[in-house]
Design a protein around this ligand. Structure first.
Ligand code: SAH
Length: 349
């Protein structure tokens, strides 16, 4: 069986005869949420049976679903090889966010991130990336509200380490006869995979860019994010400076505040210096603590002081709220913690 979600509409148009069947089926699957070809009564009956024997349009099974007391939901999605990927739905008043993974585990080994401790198991396919968004969408929204979410590639993995599959997934999500998501609703977050940022800058479709910084000097960043030893900070900033931005668009810098390590006023001043002249905003993320991590979260006062220094220097800085902490859904906490527990989930409320 072929996974339907691995295919762009243009690829399906090459396979199906007549080619407009690709558009019909795309609409049925992505816009009407049909998961059975028999429901597609606009297709000839014989063709429906043929499709059903060749193409899988069911969403992958859920291994577990966790619901936080703040409404955040975390999904462990089972792949055909039984690997698990993690997805988080974060409800917000004006805009919901779906946080999706690009890899099982991660190779980058950032010292403050639990996913980094797992190492890399494998890349996710385009279909495995797309279906994470669909699972969160169908579990939380209705056909009427189906467009009211943004996607952030901030789950497990380094998206630019799985470049081709991630870009293919973006094209599928963007398709006008599919989810029809504009690139302004999608944010790709990278730890600083340099040649890939330059490659992304030349794509016909470019999502919002977020850079995980967490150290404003090479000294600091080398310790916390080993990738900095390969692609040092000044080259990273150069790549950001050359990244194409639309009117009023800005690059987001994510900066994890680690007590006594990245939260000093001096660090804030280094950050100000680094970002000078860039069209940037900063998301400050107070560390989400975990037993396995050798760091502490700074006090609220230290977080405020840090933010104030940035604001005083005319840099927009926001403190990211800590959502889903009680179900290990917060930034940096995604790890196959419950993988060994038996399957126990139902999508129905
Ligand atoms: N590899 C990509 C995508 C992962 S995004 C990237 O690095 O951008 C995950 C975000 O969570 C990153 O910005 C990272 O800095 C942040 N993060 C990782 N561990 C964290 C932790 N323990 N507490 C708070 N934020 C963390």
């Amino acid at each position: 069986m072929k996974s339907f979600f691995d295919y762009e509409r243009s690829e399906l148009a090459e396979i199906f005869d007549p080619s407009f069947r690709a558009t019909q089926i795309y609409k049925s699957v992505y816009q009407r949420w049909f998961d059975d070809f028999e429901l597609m009564t606009d297709l000839p009956k014989g063709f429906r049976a043929e499709l059903a024997s060749e193409w899988d349009i069911k969403l992958p099974a859920l291994h577990r679903r966790f619901v936080s007391n703040d409404g955040t939901r975390r999904y462990l999605v089972t792949a055909t090889d039984k690997e698990l990927s993690e997805t988080v739905f974060i409800p917000e008043e004006h805009r919901n966010t779906v946080c999706i993974s690009s890899q099982v585990g991660c190779a980058l080994a950032c010292t403050f991130c639990l996913t980094g401790q797992l190492g890399l198991t494998r890349n996710l396919s385009a279909g495995e990336i797309v279906t994470q968004a669909l699972i969160a969408q169908r579990d939380n929204l209705t056909l009427e509200t189906r467009d009211s979410f943004n996607i952030v590639l901030m789950g497990m993995g380094e998206p630019l380490h799985n470049y081709d599959n991630v870009m293919k997934a973006l094209r599928i999500l963007h398709d006008e006869h599919g989810l029809n998501m504009s690139m302004s609703r999608i944010t790709l977050s990278t730890a600083g995979m340099l040649p890939a940022i330059e490659r992304l800058a030349n794509e016909p479709m470019i999502p919002n860019l977020a850079i995980s910084l967490t150290g404003a000097t090479n000294d600091k960043r080398d310790q916390l994010m080993p990738i900095n030893r390969k692609y040092p900070i000044e080259r990273l900033i150069d790549a950001v400076r050359n990244f194409p931005l639309k009117h009023r668009q800005r690059v987001t810098f994510e900066y994890v505040l680690l007590k006594g390590i990245t939260d000093d006023p001096q660090d804030a001043l280094s950050l100000v210096k680094l970002l000078k002249g860039l069209r940037a905003k900063v998301n400050l993320i107070p560390l989400n603590e975990a037993e396995e991590l050798p760091y502490k979260r700074p006090s609220d006062a230290a977080v405020e002081r840090f933010q104030q220094i940035l604001t005083d220097h005319h840099i927009s800085a926001f403190v990211r709220k800590n959502r889903g902490n009680d179900i290990s859904a917060a930034c940096g906490q995604l790890k196959k913690k419950w993988a060994d527990e038996p399957q126990k989930v139902s999508l129905a409320q």
